[in-house]
Design a binder for this molecule. Structure first.
Ligand code: AN7
Length: 362
């Protein structure tokens, strides 16, 4: 018996999406196969919400476990590799935070400089820390994400940098692999896919992934796509751009999504929905995920769960259906929101009696 050597991949072989789904990605033999271990994320079954919502099965796709703590790594690993293949000498993006963290990490991995434009004062602390730690040049712009993206597009058109926002088709290609993994893990696509929507790249990518998988007969069906925007930043629900988007879920504080048409097509072609959820409901779902399911996500991610709860309350029948909620980013990204609740008490003296009293045990 001969054992064939597989192509060697730098980093973490096996679960690496560019290797596992190579035949479904726009790679060539000149694409550098560099990884930080993205993809292969867990699909975890609900403990509490599934029965409460009357679902047959509720699963959480934990994209928060990607190397930089969000789904952005799937698209960025492909986009930066292709940028290198095509001769780019730097990468540029606009970001509400997670894209910048991923761009900075993968640029560092390839030895390229990264430039990121963020809306000043509206990026969660953990994401900013990542971009800075990886050595990206971070420019805080006095304006919204939408303005940052406009400026980034103009700069990319006149400088020799690769724009790695989701207007870059390699980002969408990489992010499709999450849909492939869900169908592989469940044995088929679910009935429903619930997902937060900001710039709308991810809902576009998931839909493309499910459609492609069915087309290639690797799954039998496609899900209904349910996208959820924050009420203060819900242009797709309103049907018009929002000038001054505002929400506690800063990741999706976006008023004019670049993949607008992709999101509308995902909704309409899947007989799905795009709805708005209030910040109050987002924070409620955020706490329920952490306390009843053991899943610490960032507020934007909780929009998918808030949306499912809202739809159930509005009388939408979920009975017997299999649903997947995409948990797009880690709670560690935004510790300030987590600590806003008044549960951390002041320090007590270092002795048993005081600690027991503080615990309410005596
Ligand atoms: C945790 O990082 O747009 O609808 O610049 O970070 O594909 O934009 C982030 C978006 C959901 C929405 N959840 O995805 C950025 C950025 C989290 C996010 C979204 C984002 P898209």
């Amino acid at each position: 018996m001969t054992i064939e050597r597989r192509e060697r991949v730098e980093g973490a072989p096996g679960r690496f999406i560019m290797e596992r789904y190579r035949d479904l990605l726009p790679l060539t033999d000149r694409t550098p196969m560099v990884t930080l271990g993205e993809g292969g994320t867990p699909l975890v079954r609900s403990r509490a919400l599934e029965a409460e919502l009357g679902l047959g099965e509720l699963w959480f796709k934990l994209e928060s476990t990607n190397p930089t703590g969000s789904f952005k790594d799937r698209g960025m690993v492909v986009a930066v590799a292709k940028a290198v293949e095509e001769g780019a000498r730097a990468v540029l993006c606009a970001s509400t935070g997670n894209t910048s963290a991923a761009a900075a990490a993968y640029a560092a991995r390839h030895g390229l400089p990264a430039y990121v434009l963020v809306p000043g004062g509206h990026v969660a602390m953990g994401k900013l820390a990542q971009a800075v730690a990886h050595g990206a040049q971070v420019i805080a712009v006095d304006g919204s994400f939408d303005r940052c993206l406009q400026i980034a597009r103009q700069l990319a058109a006149r400088e020799a940098v690769a724009l790695v926002n989701s207007v870059n088709p390699y980002r969408i290609a990489g992010q499709k692999t999450a849909a492939f993994e869900i169908a592989d893990d469940l044995g088929d696509a679910p009935d429903l896919l619930a997902i937060p929507v900001g710039n709308a790249g991810n809902i576009t990518a998931y839909w493309a992934g499910f459609v492609e998988y069915r087309h290639r007969e690797r799954s039998l069906r496609t899900p209904r796509m349910w996208g959820f925007q924050a009420a203060g930043a819900a242009p797709l629900v309103r049907g018009a751009p929002v000038e001054d988007p505002e929400t506690v879920a800063t990741a999706i504080r976006i008023g004019n999504p670049a993949s607008w048409r992709g999101a509308v097509a995902a909704r309409d072609d899947s007989a799905g929905r795009i709805e708005a959820v209030s910040d109050e409901r987002i924070l409620d779902a955020y706490r329920r995920l952490a306390q009843d399911e053991g899943i610490f996500c960032e507020p934007a991610s909780a929009a998918s769960v808030a949306g499912l709860i809202s739809m159930a309350e509005a009388g939408e029948s979920l009975r017997g259906l299999t649903a997947v909620c995409v948990i797009t980013g880690s709670g560690l990204k935004d510790p300030e929101t987590a600590l806003r609740v008044p549960t951390v008490r002041r320090e007590v003296p270092a002795e048993v009696g005081s600690v027991a009293r503080a615990l309410g045990w005596s």
